[in-house]
Design a protein around this ligand. Structure first.
Ligand SMILES: Cc1cc2nc3c(=O)[nH]c(=O)nc-3n(C[C@H](O)[C@H](O)[C@H](O)COP(=O)(O)O)c2cc1C
Length: 128
């Protein structure tokens, strides 16, 4: 059913990517909320859950931050497989699972408050 999926307090969505943003791992909460099976996610670009309301600049900031070795935090509106959406507060960690000089990334997401979502919505309306 499309519409907003509101996270539960106990939801904790985790995904891991390679250095290009290709999904290497997603936990059960991620699969449940986004509406995909693990097999549908592995190997796909993380933009598979991208929602068109998200400004490009937010992801540029995410990539610039983690590629310079720093942790990025921010609010993200994501799309579910069935055309719905869900808001998360994400923390993205760089330098995960390094192999032959290439490092991946890890994102952990929890439920944001309605006030936090409202603020992010307003901010993102002013961005591109
Ligand atoms: C660890 C990690 C987690 C990410 N999580 C998301 C996410 O939940 N939703 C999303 O739209 N993009 C996420 N991204 C950013 C995507 O890689 C991508 O840059 C973004 O969806 C914009 O798509 P585009 O680069 O094709 O325009 C994540 C990137 C990394 C490295």
């Amino acid at each position: 059913m499309a519409g907003e999926y509101i996270l539960q307090e106990s939801d904790f969505l985790v995904s891991q990517t390679d250095e290009k943003g290709k999904i290497l791992f997603a936990n059960e909460d991620f699969c449940k909320v986004a509406g995909y099976t693990i097999n549908e996610l592995i190997g796909k670009p993380h933009s598979i859950v991208r929602h068109p309301d998200m400004p490009k600049a937010a992801f540029k900031d995410l990539w610039d931050t983690v590629q310079s070795g720093k942790i990025w935090t921010g609010y993200v509106k994501n799309a579910t497989k069935d055309g719905g959406f869900y808001w998360v507060y994400a923390t993205v960690y760089p330098n995960i699972a390094c192999e032959s000089g290439k490092c991946g990334f890890l994102s952990c997401r929890r439920k944001p408050s309605r006030e936090e979502i409202a603020e992010a919505e307003q901010l993102y309306k002013t961005m591109r």
